[in-house]
Design a protein around this ligand. Structure first.
Ligand SMILES: [Ca+2]
Ligand SMILES: [Ca+2]
Length: 350
């Protein structure tokens, strides 16, 4: 995404030409905000009498926010059609002639970037100023400590940078999903390995870490008894339920939503099979005793490849997502084994 900083216009007064520059702030919390207004009166009858059209300055804002000015990309584009330009990184003390239509800023840290048009007659534009933070340094790899709590295996994550997010991959790093809080609760017997990493505020990825789920001796086959579902350990915000389904073998898993919290999403995140589709249902109860009575289910339906990443609770009223128990049933009607993984995200209630 490009941020454009071309908001300026001119006013003519009795004494000469004035330029007003309004700079769009690329600043978020803790960042410097560019000067909002710049008055530059110029005499009309000397060298430098003409105020040139100011360049348009843009850069690619990266990371968790693409509007906070924190970026790992130091390449700045300058649009100054037909007019030479120059830039300063020291608030105008020294200027560097621009070549082409971009320049690169190096060195991590807060940057005050000034750009203006110029010509050989000494004419200049007003200065376009932008403050940003360049961060090209990847964060350290996550610390990961596993522990088993009941039938849930919890990965406690440490070393998460302020403002960073952590991600996991179930497909050997081809795709990544974002986790919440600083732990991942895993229940099931299908996944063999999970990859973990963090992305800092600017979007730099840390080194990855593999966590072997087969060697940890914590695989748990989810209960096939609707009245005795497997129970996720409480207190975490990110969970993965995984297993293998085949005709006649449904999985039942329950979680308890703490007071002041809600279920934010329930998503299929892995589905590997040669066989059609699975069927899921969620019931607001400590057991799944709805049977086939859909009126007692919160949601129900098919889950297949086209449902990957879809929050099945997206249309459920918020009032039904709060404190209390919720039980999942997932099953398959075909004879070929289906591997699945479902992500459950909890969050503080609004
Ligand atoms: Ca950013
Ligand atoms: Ca960094």
């Amino acid at each position: 995404m490009h941020m454009l900083f071309d908001c300026f216009f001119f006013l003519r007064s009795a004494t000469g030409l004035f330029a007003i520059t309004f700079l769009t702030a690329c600043a978020g919390p803790g960042l410097h905000t560019p000067a909002a207004t710049e008055w530059m009166p110029r005499p009309l009858s000397s060298v430098g009498a003409v105020i040139l059209k100011a360049p348009v300055l843009s850069f690619t804002d990266t990371g968790l926010s693409v509007s906070d000015g924190v970026t790992h990309n130091g390449l700045w584009a300058v649009d100054s059609p037909g007019i030479d330009w120059e830039f300063s990184l020291d608030q105008g003390a020294t200027w560097t002639r621009g070549i082409g239509s971009s320049f690169e800023v190096t060195g991590d840290g807060a940057k005050m970037i000034w750009v203006r048009a110029r010509d050989d007659a000494g004419n200049k534009s007003e200065i376009v100023r932008v403050n940003c933070v360049l961060d090209t340094t990847p964060p350290a790899a996550l610390g990961v400590a596993g522990q088993t709590e009941g039938v849930t295996h919890s990965l406690k994550l440490s070393g998460i940078e302020p403002g960073a997010r952590w991600e996991y991959s179930l497909d050997e790093q081809r795709s990544w999903s974002t986790g919440q809080c600083s732990a991942l609760g895993i229940l099931g017997n299908s996944l063999s390995r999970i990859w973990l990493r963090q992305l800092d505020l600017a979007g730099n990825a840390s080194g990855v870490q593999a966590f072997d789920l087969k060697d940890q001796n914590q695989a748990h086959e989810a209960s096939s008894n609707p009245l005795q579902p497997s129970i996720l350990t409480p207190g975490l915000q990110t969970y993965l339920i995984h297993g293998v389904l085949v005709r006649g073998d449904a999985d039942y898993v329950r979680w308890d939503i703490a007071k002041g919290h809600k279920v934010q999403s329930v998503k299929l995140v892995q589905y590997e099979t040669q066989d059609g589709i699975a069927f899921y249902a969620l019931q607001r109860n400590t057991v799944f005793d709805a049977g086939m009575d859909v009126s007692r289910m919160l949601v129900h339906g098919g889950m297949g490849p086209s449902d990957l990443g879809r929050n099945v609770l997206a249309n459920t009223p918020r009032s039904q997502l709060g404190e209390g128990a919720m039980t999942l049933r997932i099953q398959q009607t075909g004879p070929l084994p289906t591997q699945y993984a479902i992500e459950v995200i909890m969050a503080p209630a609004d």
